[in-house]
Design a binder for this molecule. Sequence first.
Ligand SMILES: NC(=O)C1=CN([C@@H]2O[C@H](COP(=O)(O)OP(=O)(O)OC[C@H]3O[C@@H](n4cnc5c(N)ncnc54)[C@H](OP(=O)(O)O)[C@@H]3O)[C@@H](O)[C@H]2O)C=CC1
Ligand SMILES: O=C(O)/C=C\C(=O)CC(=O)O
Length: 362
Amino acid sequence: MEAFVYTAQPARVVFGAGALQHLGAEVERLGARRALVLSTPEQAAQARRVAEQLGARAAGVYAGAVMHVPVETARAAVAEAARLGADCAVAIGGGSTTGLGKAIALESGLPILAIPTTYAGSEMTPIFGLTEGGVKRTGRDPRVLPRTVIYDPELSLGLPPGLSVTSGINAMAHAAEGLYAHDGNPVTALMAEEGLRAMAAALPRLVRDPADRAARGDALYAAWLCGTVLGAVAMGLHHKLCHTLGGSFELPHAEVHTVVLPHALAYNAAHAPQAMARIARALGAAAGAGAGAVVDAPQALFEQAQALGAPTSLRALGLPAEALDRAADLAAANPYPNPRPLDRGALRALLQRAWDGAAPQA
Ligand SMILES: NC(=O)C1=CN([C@@H]2O[C@H](COP(=O)(O)OP(=O)(O)OC[C@H]3O[C@@H](n4cnc5c(N)ncnc54)[C@H](OP(=O)(O)O)[C@@H]3O)[C@@H](O)[C@H]2O)C=CC1
Ligand SMILES: O=C(O)/C=C\C(=O)CC(=O)O
């Protein structure tokens, strides 16, 4: 085995149906006395229930989270945390709410307890994102890594099948790119392949029955693994393209990941054969393909998304055709680690296929 470096992220995970019951004890374990509960406006009722559960340990509710964390929202939340004398943030919701918790932690150092209800995986990463003047910047800072994560599959029962699928594929994207990361290692590869297998197996069950508790648990387990990979190693072309399309053209995060992933993998396939073999093995195993069956990883992902009823074209997400040239310019502009060198013409062709909803092509 070759030499490698693996840095574990020190989050505590409490996992299982009904795990939310441990919230009070977990807040106490953090040494916190006044937790500010965060959510989106739509999930405010759930946040209030969480605050009631915390009783005297709740400082209040801030239900102002929005996608991509505008700096104005972050500043307002930091001010509210200070006004209420909060010494901890409890973020219940998807990546948008966790992201707001991270913005507070970045400014104030408050510990975060995250309770994820989607599969985005932000709860397992020291990565933050902030949007100012229509431009999103991301960074890494150990202060924003949640100290404790409560994964309770009961809380994701209400996540609609369409969102479950796109959010699940968002998670799979972290694992897939982690498998060819320049700073990857055998431990993150193990987590990535298992995360891909578990998510690919869970999603068809969730589409058949969104109330399938076992499948919800498997999907959250997969999200945890995939999020851990995102937090541990560098992402490449796929995440860059999605940030460009999401940040500059305001496309929805998980849906963009779903459309772009097969195409980004096809772009890199010939330059990352071992990663492709592991992705294919994970997808083949999930689909019940016999031992030794050959599965084309990008094509298998494309077909799985189609079969699950997910969007497969950028056109369907509302991207105007005129935006493709600028998106290609932006994606080719700044260097970042990727197995295949960035070629503006090839990226433009990739984007065209993703816009058309065509099958991925190496
Ligand atoms: N820093 C990091 O490491 C990462 C950051 N991110 C960031 O997170 C954001 C995306 O996260 P994502 O989770 O996809 O987006 P959101 O948190 O915006 O959630 C997506 C949708 O899911 C809905 N939802 C969430 N939970 C439930 C539930 N239990 N029942 C019903 N509906 C629910 C939300 O509804 P509603 O609006 O009603 O609450 C929303 O419409 C992006 O900003 C992305 O950049 C993503 C991955 C990693
Ligand atoms: O944009 C962020 O907030 C940080 C990372 C991600 O969103 C990862 C992703 O693209 O899913």
